[in-house]
Design a protein around this ligand. Structure first.
Ligand code: BTN
Length: 338
């Protein structure tokens, strides 16, 4: 950080880096000629060469053979925006993608950008967070270079009452990504935890602003413990926590995990805008670990137990209490009673 201005690296949909990396990633191990690369990025061959020099300084490794062209050998272990966005298929998300080597909280940054008029779909990533925010005022452990800390700005045309539906949407997107990028089986724990083998590997913190009866902005805050090691977890965690590395035994490629997550979010958001909440709800229910289970709810009021029967239109958990009444639970901690 210099003179109070946070360092950030940014990429936009038509950036040269994004186009170059996209072409090289598509080719895999094959070489692409300088002419093909300059055509794909619509710049001169000198500009291609200059961009490669700049990318090398960021940790990219290219192989250049005069008679054959260029090949991408290695990506940096940094969520370089143009690398995350390269080849990404999305309608609304990621046209602007910003990565901070270090920041307070990606949600706080995204809130500032939203306030300044940033477009729907703007994505803020960080390599580490100094004040990572969890739910209910808790801290979110955010060590550098191992995990995913992301905030996505949406401006959905919905009522404030329906905003919690978007937490379910991001839970489904995280679960889908874990299934696509690892051999692990994720389970959603209402409202915003993703578990693997009963240990929390991801958390969601969605924040909303509204104008009278319309939502103005929703920030989807997503933290996924990808390659965190045992020693990097705080010792005072309330719930057992883990990472995809610890559960699966293999490190996760952070760049392609992030790209996949943004694509899943984009697909689900598109489905949500076109067809409403029901399509998301069905998939959420199929991934949810507490439906039909007996749980204890702790929401700051009197703790109570009941059997979970489903979720309602606004994403609240429907609990059948022991006296037969049905209660909709809108917030709080839920634990399965065994
Ligand atoms: C929780 O389970 O308590 C929610 C954790 C949410 C953490 C993410 S990391 C990215 C975004 N920025 C934050 O400060 N928090 C969310």
């Amino acid at each position: 950080m210099k003179s109070g201005v946070e360092q950030r690296i940014e990429s936009h949909a038509d950036d040269i880096d994004r186009l170059l990396l996209s072409s090289l990633l598509k080719e895999g191990a094959r070489y692409l000629s300088g002419t093909d690369l300059s055509d794909s990025a619509r710049v001169s061959r000198t500009s291609v060469w200059k961009r490669f020099e700049a990318l090398r300084e960021q940790g990219f490794v290219f192989e250049a053979i005069p008679s054959r062209g260029y090949r991408l050998v290695k990506l940096p272990d940094f969520l370089y925006p143009a690398a995350v966005a390269a080849g990404m298929i999305a309608k609304r998300l990621g046209e602007t993608l910003i990565t901070y080597p270090e920041t307070g909280s990606t949600n706080a940054v995204a809130a500032r950008l939203a306030e300044a008029g940033a477009k729907e779909g703007t994505v803020v990533l960080a390599e580490s967070q100094l004040q990572g925010k969890g739910r209910l005022g808790r801290a979110w452990a955010s060590p550098p270079g191992v995990n995913l800390y992301a905030s996505v700005l949406l401006r959905p045309p919905i009522k404030p009452f329906d905003a919690p539906q978007l937490t379910l949407l991001s839970a489904v997107a995280v679960a889908r990504t874990i299934r696509a990028r690892t051999p692990l089986t994720p389970v959603i724990k209402w409202p915003n935890d993703i578990l693997v083998n009963d240990r929390k590997v991801a958390g969601l913190l969605n924040e909303m602003t509204s104008e009278t009866d319309r939502v103005a902005t929703v920030l989807l805050g997503i933290g996924v413990n990808l390659n965190m090691t045992r020693e990097q977890f705080p010792s005072d965690l309330r719930h057992p926590a883990s990472s995809l590395l610890l559960e699966g035994g293999e490190p996760v490629d952070r760049i392609s995990f992030t790209r996949c997550l943004l694509e899943e979010l984009d697909l689900l958001y598109d489905r949500y805008l076109a067809g409403g909440y029901n399509a998301i709800r069905e998939e959420w229910v199929s991934l949810c670990g507490v439906i039909t289970r007996r749980v204890r709810v702790d929401d700051g009021g009197a703790a109570r137990e009941g059997v979970v029967e489903g979720i309602n239109e606004s994403g609240a958990l429907l609990l059948r209490l022991d006296d037969g009444r049905r209660e909709a639970v809108y917030s709080g901690d839920v634990s399965v009673v065994v």
